[in-house]
Design a protein around this ligand. Structure first.
Ligand SMILES: *[C@@H]1O[C@H](CO)[C@@H](O)[C@H](O)[C@H]1NC(C)=O
Ligand SMILES: *[C@@H]1O[C@H](CO)[C@@H](O)[C@H](O)[C@H]1NC(C)=O
Ligand SMILES: *[C@@H]1O[C@H](CO)[C@@H](O)[C@H](O)[C@H]1NC(C)=O
Ligand SMILES: *[C@@H]1O[C@H](CO)[C@@H](O)[C@H](O)[C@H]1NC(C)=O
Length: 613
């Protein structure tokens, strides 16, 4: 599997050529149904979709019929919008600014927290895809994939499966290749950390994380505290693509992995190398592509929990880790608990200490990314699990699994106190650590001379809390150098920012949009241009982004600034948020500072505030 996989570079280049090939042979084949597979390596079925649906490339193994036309996922980006907020009542038109009187940043309760004894889905409206959840005694830990963001693979903690807090990262730095440094013309967008294994070995009190990078090797990391420090311990020459870890009752460690043909590897006694691996199950053509393996044991049976992306969940059951496995469908085309989102799939099965079971899936919810939804599971006397539905759909609300245990709020203000970043933050690629510092504020010195935000090192990103958040940073720009650009962005493959542009001794508040990556290879197709701007004086500015990341909402961001923290002025036409999934990671707030002429300038960020609109 490793060699075969590594032959296929990931990225949209292959996708585009697949689509062309598919178009070519489409005429002679029947059409694939809604959500049906329509392409991928080894696929011999229909390659076009029924009317109103389009065959969309997902990865080398999978293209799927999704609603709409192909062009809708690649069109851009900016147009005049209105802001539906009740707190920032502004209307925007291209290139004009309007003074408003509202601070716009209100506090309200996180709705996932629920009221009374029920919680609401999603439990946390954050982009936390490809999740695995483990329980150690009464504590749950959550791992997610992060592609080229650094540090990678966040760890979250919960005591009730609903309230979660970030505590660390399993991958301190992405050091598998220099391209993860975003330097010397190299970049690694959409590569890096995909669905990975995460587990705990009781006998040695050790947490394990392992990920296959770019269909090549698998890197194993361990920690004795899930909050860290984590360290890289070994390299395994097999790609554990979409892997799940099982520590068996006799302490043997197994990894289930693969695409369509599922394999099980037995690890060496220290869990750091491979002892043997075998293909244990081949997906029949009636099921087709599967991936996203998780590996569990219950009542003496082995279960591999797999997804048919992105609309079905399956489980394989056997009395030996090596099989033979018998499959059963868990869900298919189930309605999600969020309007406009995709079918809940992939994710993890979880047991509580009291022996109750839950399934945390995620839903494709672009432009915001993929976020977790929770539902109870019961086991039948035949040893297969059944999902508890509400009106034949994934429930928007269920009773709390455990006593409600609120944690650090997912919104609020971070004043960058102390000397390190809190674990909610991730850089775009590895940062240049000599060019930033945290000390009661965040100082960002320019780290790259470029005109391209996607080539600039040290953009610091934060997940946006859905459904609609207002992010605000307080930026001190008195130490910027001629040519520097610093500010606050909606960061994804189609980005925009509001910030300060310094030219000579003059400073301008500027809204720049049209900053785009090409899905074919993730090169920069456009570095953007100023859509609106004005001269500004002083040394301090509040920059604000209103972001509606609901998949069925307006999908817009609007940008404003203030020189006193009270009166905000809307700037520019806003950004229609791209809801194509190919970049995988959803929109984030990004704080940046780069030079277009020479290094030497810096900015200081006093605080970042994110509140629900
Ligand atoms: C969750 O609800 C509890 C009360 O039940 C409250 O104390 C807590 O602040 C809430 N947390 C958030 C993030 O809203
Ligand atoms: C889990 O609970 C057992 C029994 O109380 C205890 O010995 C062990 O240290 C706990 N493990 C962790 C990681 O807290
Ligand atoms: C799965 O295994 C079958 C039988 O060995 C093989 O023909 C097929 O190409 C494999 N598919 C993938 C996607 O590796
Ligand atoms: C994207 O890249 C492809 C392949 O290099 C190229 O053919 C195409 O013109 C590019 N599109 C844009 C908008 O730059």
């Amino acid at each position: 599997m490793g060699p075969a996989l590594s032959k296929h570079p990931r990225g949209a280049a292959l996708g585009a050529s697949c689509l062309l090939a598919l178009e070519f042979i489409a005429a002679v084949q029947a059409q694939s149904p809604a959500y049906g597979q329509c392409g991928g390596i080894g696929w011999t079925g229909a390659t076009t979709c029924v009317s109103g649906w389009t065959c969309i490339y997902s990865n080398p193994y999978y293209s799927q019929c999704l609603q709409g036309s192909a062009s809708s996922s690649t069109t851009t980006t900016t147009k005049a919008t209105t802001t539906p907020s009740t707190t920032t009542k502004t209307t925007t038109t291209s290139s004009t600014s309007i003074t408003t009187t509202s601070a716009g940043a209100t506090s309200s309760s996180w709705p996932g927290n629920g009221s009374g004894s029920n919680f609401n889905n999603p439990v946390l409206w954050n982009d936390l895809a490809d999740l695995e959840i483990i329980r150690v005694n009464d504590t749950f830990y959550y791992s997610a994939s992060t592609m080229a963001f650094s540090p990678g693979a966040p760890v979250l903690r919960s005591y009730d499966l609903v309230n979660w807090e970030y505590i660390g990262h399993s991958v301190p730095t992405l050091d598998w290749s220099s391209k993860y440094n975003l330097a010397n013309g190299e970049r690694a967008y959409v590569q890096g950390i995909w669905a990975s294994l995460f587990g705990y070995r009781k006998s040695t009190s050790t947490y394990y994380w392992g990920g296959c990078i770019e269909f090549g090797k698998t890197y194993m990391y361990t920690a004795t505290n899930p909050a860290g420090p984590w360290s890289k311990r070994s390299t395994i020459n097999t790609c554990y693509y979409d892997a799940g870890l099982l520590v068996d009752d006799d302490d043997t460690m197994y990894v289930a992995y693969g695409n369509t043909n599922i394999s099980v590897a037995r690890l060496s006694s220290d869990g750091l190398s491979q002892a043997e691996t075998r293909v244990v199950w081949n997906s029949p053509s009636s099921i087709g592509t599967v991936e996203g393996s998780r590996f569990y044991k219950r009542n003496g049976y082995y279960y591999i929990f797999i997804t048919h992306p992105a609309n079905q969940q399956w489980i394989l059951k056997a009395s030996s880790p090596w099989g033979p496995y018998v499959e059963r469908q868990i869900l298919s085309n189930l309605s999600p608990p969020v309007s406009g989102a995709g079918v809940p799939h992939q994710g993890a099965l979880i047991s509580t200490a009291a022996g109750q079971w839950y399934y945390m899936a995620f839903i494709d919810s672009y432009p915001g990314g993929r976020m977790p939804v929770l539902a109870p599971v019961t086991w039948g006397s035949d040893g297969y699990p059944t999902l508890s539905l509400v009106n034949n759909a994934w429930g928007a609300s269920y009773p709390y699994p455990l006593t409600k245990h609120p944690l650090k709020s997912p919104y609020g203000t971070d004043s960058f106190s102390g000397t390190s970043l809190s674990p909610e933050w991730e850089w775009n690629h590895n940062p240049d650590t000599s060019k930033f510092s945290v000390n009661n504020g965040l100082t960002l010195s320019t780290a790259t001379v470029t005109t391209d935000l996607y080539a600039a090192r040290n953009t610091l990103t934060h997940r946006i809390l859905g459904p609609i958040s207002i992010g605000t940073i307080v930026l001190n720009y008195g130490s910027m150098a001629d040519g520097d650009r610093a500010g606050f962005s909606m960061f994804r493959d189609q980005s925009a920012w509001i910030g300060i542009a310094k030219t000579g001794t003059t400073t301008r508040i500027s809204f720049v949009t049209g900053i785009n990556l090409n899905q074919s290879g993730w090169t920069t197709s456009s570095t953007g241009s100023e859509n609106a701007g004005a001269t500004i004086t002083g040394t301090k500015v509040w920059l604000r982004i209103y972001a509606d990341i609901r998949p069925g909402g307006t999908r817009t961001a609007t940008f404003s600034y203030s020189t006193d923290g009270n009166t905000f002025t809307n700037l520019g036409s806003g950004l229609v948020l791209n809801n194509a999934w190919q970049f995988f990671i959803g929109y984030r707030f990004g704080i940046f500072n780069y030079a277009t002429k020479a290094l030497g300038g810096s900015v200081k960020v006093d605080s970042f505030t994110m509140n629900l609109a």
